[in-house]
Design a protein around this ligand. Structure first.
Ligand SMILES: [Fe+2]
Ligand SMILES: [Fe+2]
Length: 200
């Protein structure tokens, strides 16, 4: 199934806040780089549409985790948090964060297919995501925490949330890692014994 089709299926799961969600998505699709943006300059999915592909993947993984571990959490919350956790990567509406890199040396030697807009006003991606979403969609406290701290302890400043994570925050952190490192990189999942044999 195409990413676009998977994206449409996810959007249908937002019911209670459909009006606000649709307004935000409409703005993103028309006035921002949401549909074309890469997910990074030189790491995962640094290609056109990479951000959407990553976002759809994280939302789907989060929904799977929710089904098994926390069905009390609404699917709507999972879509809003999973699909939009990295929306800060668009930069701001009309001011994209990523530009195509034209430096052949950097593309060849550093795999740096995009560069960061030098004119952007810096803020962390997760903070920017929360800032953008909260202008349009009313969020629960747990959703706000999950968006702001979705990178977990990979980011030093996230130390402040340690031991205070809600279930949704823990689930999105893992969904993000699993999607980026296992699904997107296509790492094979082998039995533990294979790793053991290989490493000894
Ligand atoms: Fe992120
Ligand atoms: Fe992410």
């Amino acid at each position: 199934m195409t990413v676009k089709k998977r994206y449409e299926i996810l959007k249908e799961k937002v019911v209670k806040r459909k009006q606000e969600f649709d307004e935000f998505i409409g703005m993103l699709e028309k006035e921002s780089s949401w549909l074309d943006s890469p997910a990074s300059t030189r790491f995962h999915l640094n290609k056109e549409g990479g951000l959407l592909e990553h976002s759809v993947g994280v939302a789907e993984t989060l929904l799977k985790l929710r089904d098994v571990l926390a069905p009390q959490i609404s699917e709507e919350a999972c879509v809003i948090v999973g699909l939009l956790h990295d929306v800060g990567k668009i930069g701001m509406p009309g001011k994209p964060r990523y530009f195509k890199n034209h430096n052949e040396w950097e593309i060849k030697n550093r795999n740096m297919t995009y560069t960061i807009n030098p004119g952007e006003v810096y803020m962390g991606i997760a903070a920017r995501s929360l800032y953008l979403i909260a202008k349009y969609i009313p969020l629960s406290d747990s959703e706000a925490q999950a968006l702001l701290y979705h990178d977990g302890q990979y980011i030093d400043s996230n130390r402040e949330v340690v031991h205070k994570e809600t279930p949704l925050t823990l689930l999105v952190q893992f969904a993000d890692l699993w999607t980026a490192h296992i699904l997107e990189e296509g790492k094979q999942i082998r039995e533990d014994s294979d790793y053991y044999n290989k490493n000894t």
